[in-house]
Design a protein around this ligand. Structure first.
Ligand code: ATP
Ligand code: MG
Length: 396
């Protein structure tokens, strides 16, 4: 009997024809997340199995809880046949060091031709447990211990513990998107939610030195590092936005500063996305949060690009976004009080319902194309890696 981790896929099982593609992506992602640990990974359409060859099950369990595409994780034992008499003796053997006063047995057969059927197997095994252990009773509603038995072709599995996975699709299985990552609370959450849907992310940060500091940039790197825990690394593009912002400030009416600034950000984001094979832009806009996030503003800003813009937190309120930020441990970093390029040029009365023709007229007061070209050409690229993986790669 060998100890084994069993992974249940959840939503992935709804993929019929291309399930193998999703499962091989999941296996690759698990392999990367278990870098440095010795483990064998095998799978079929129903389950993935991980055997730790250096008995590192606790660490593996922790790592698996950060991998998207996993619905549930079970720790159990594999037997190399499915003969009922052998299952009986193994259940008894495994229960010897367990303390429990009530139990139930739940059986599943993946091979429906196996006899007896699941109900009958549970009943027989229940009888065996009652016979071998004193002072225990069957309780089907609220048992202290549930004995799970899964009978498969030529094998059976016995397990007692189940841990919830984080669900979603394997990162990368749905391609890549470019996350507009500021140092705020919303955009890291937006990135996390996109990762959860299987979208690998690259990130883009606009800095405006000397108006924004090195510390503000380091904060964004820290946030990218938090997100890299789910995808091994994040490629972070840093764009120097100073000249564009200063020119807008000098040339354009102040109530349109933010509208025009964001139109420039979107244009640059689209250009970086297309160069890097990112199929969508992702950002942390939330309907109504600030003047630039009214529906009219979104239209006027969005109209400069020809790429879908995904706004995972558009319909969440701030409290809901903060709850997720706390859960994924980006909140404490996000609330560090560093300036952002959006906050340093905030006009007193930003336009809430901008007019598209006015925006066009004002931005044509300067040659934004050449400024955008220059900003894109001078981008800095930083590979931000998950710390554990970075250490592992350094040893290699
Ligand atoms: P966040 O929304 O992340 O909390 P914020 O509230 O400062 O930060 P907003 O002004 O609400 O940002 O901007 C909306 C979105 O635009 C952000 O969620 C982010 O996706 C993008 N954005 C804003 N500033 C930047 C920046 N300096 N670099 C990259 N993206 C940015
Ligand atoms: Mg915001």
């Amino acid at each position: 009997m060998k100890k084994i981790i069993i992974i249940k896929y959840g939503e992935l099982t709804t993929k019929k024809d291309n399930i193998n593609y999703f499962l091989s992506t999941l296996k690759e992602n698990i392999k990367v997340s278990l870098a440095g640990l010795k483990a064998n990974i095998t799978y079929d359409k129903g389950r993935m199995f991980i055997e730790s060859t250096d008995d590192n099950y606790d660490t593996i369990m922790k790592k698996l809880q950060m991998v998207f595409g996993i619905h549930e994780i079970l720790i159990g034992y594999e037997t190399d046949d499915n003969i009922l008499d052998n299952i009986k003796s193994r259940v008894v053997e495994l229960l010897k060091d367990k303390e429990f006063s009530s139990f139930k047995v739940e059986t599943k057969r993946s091979d429906k031709s196996y006899t007896p059927d699941s109900m009958e197997v549970s009943r027989i095994l229940g009888g065996v447990v009652l016979k071998n252990f004193n002072n225990v009773v069957v309780d089907v509603h609220n048992p202290e211990l549930t004995i799970h038995v899964e009978i498969r072709k030529n094998k059976s599995y016995i397990y007692f513990e189940r841990v919830k996975g984080i669900g979603g699709y394997p990162v990368g299985s749905l391609g890549k998107g470019l996350l507009m990552l500021s140092g705020g609370i919303d955009s890291p959450v937006a990135g996390y939610l996109a990762l959860k849907r299987g979208v690998r992310i690259e990130a883009l940060y606009f800095e405006s030195p000397p108006h924004t500091s090195e510390a503000a940039k380091n904060k964004v790197i820290s946030l990218a590092r938090e997100l890299s825990k789910y995808s091994s690394y994040v490629k972070l593009h840093v764009i120097n936005f100073t000249e564009i912002q200063e020119t807008i400030l000098k040339e354009c009416p102040h109530e349109y500063l933010i509208t025009i600034m964001r139109r420039m950000m979107y244009r640059i984001s689209e250009s970086i996305a297309k160069k890097n094979n990112c199929k969508v832009l992702i950002n942390g806009e939330s309907i109504g949060q600030v003047a630039s996030q009214t529906l009219t503003s979104m239209n006027v800003i969005n109209s400069v690009v020809n790429i879908p813009v995904i706004r995972p937190v558009a319909c969440l309120d701030k409290i809901e976004i903060i709850d997720i930020a706390r859960k994924i441990e980006t909140y404490e970093t996000s609330i560090q009080p560093f300036e952002d390029c959006c906050t340093i040029f905030v006009p007193e009365h930003p336009v809430i319902n901008p007019d598209i023709n006015a925006a066009l007229e004002y931005e044509n007061l300067f040659d934004y194309n050449s400024l955008i070209k220059k900003a894109v050409e001078t981008e800095e690229v930083i590979k931000v890696e998950d710390k554990v993986l970075e250490e592992f790669n350094n040893i290699l």
